[in-house]
Design a protein around this ligand. Structure first.
Ligand code: MN
Length: 195
């Protein structure tokens, strides 16, 4: 039985980039819907005993879509902070610098891949077991965990994530999200991937 995660900030903490009204629908309706759907779909099946990531790795069709969307949104909503965003430090910062040169160059590629993703989906930063980072475009409920990678950071480019506040201006929305990214949390996920 899966449950809706609590948001680690007030509903209006990310406004106007993500308004309280967007969060009300995105977290309270869309994510709640995926949780309710998955619980119905897996009741009485072997999936009911599995952790979420395992379901995502092993399932397809409706179970995959709903489980993937729960995993994606749980990582998405908990990567933002209402405190001033501090640039990444430690091993994650060193790796970004090694692969992209600067944090700004990394952000530019991440935004461009989110903006150019056709239709609904997610842009992800993930790490392999050696710590190599990669940016990927994942359609629908996609998550790089299905390829054995550790998901670190994601921007949701489904229209439900930004349309109430930004309408068609996806690129501007993505660019404005960085101010809320909790790099301490992303670095923690990265360090965990390397253990
Ligand atoms: Mn979403």
């Amino acid at each position: 039985m899966f449950h809706l995660i609590a948001l680690p900030y007030a509903p209006d903490a990310l406004a106007p980039v993500i308004s309280a009204r967007t969060l009300e629908f995105h977290h309270g309706k869309h994510l709640q819907g995926y949780v309710d759907n998955l619980n119905k779909l897996i009741a009485g099946t072997p999936f009911a005993q599995m952790p979420l990531e395992e379901i995502v790795r092993l399932s397809e069709g409706a179970v995959f879509n709903n489980a993937g969307q729960i995993l994606n949104h749980n990582l998405y909503f908990t990567q933002f902070t209402d405190k001033p965003s501090v640039p990444p430090a430690g091993r994650l910062a060193a790796r970004i610098e090694r692969q992209w040169g600067t944090l700004e160059a990394f952000k530019a590629e991440f935004e461009a891949k989110g903006t150019s993703l056709f239709g609904s989906g997610w842009v992800w930063l993930s790490a392999d077991a050696d710590g190599t980072l990669a940016i990927s475009q994942e359609p629908g409920a996609g998550n790089p965990v299905v390829r054995g990678l550790r998901p670190l950071l994601t921007f949701d480019v489904w229209e439900h994530a930004y349309y109430l506040d930004w309408q068609n201006r996806r690129a501007a929305h993505l660019s404005a999200l960085w101010q809320f990214v909790d790099w301490t949390e992303i670095a923690r996920r990265y360090d965990e991937a390397l253990v």
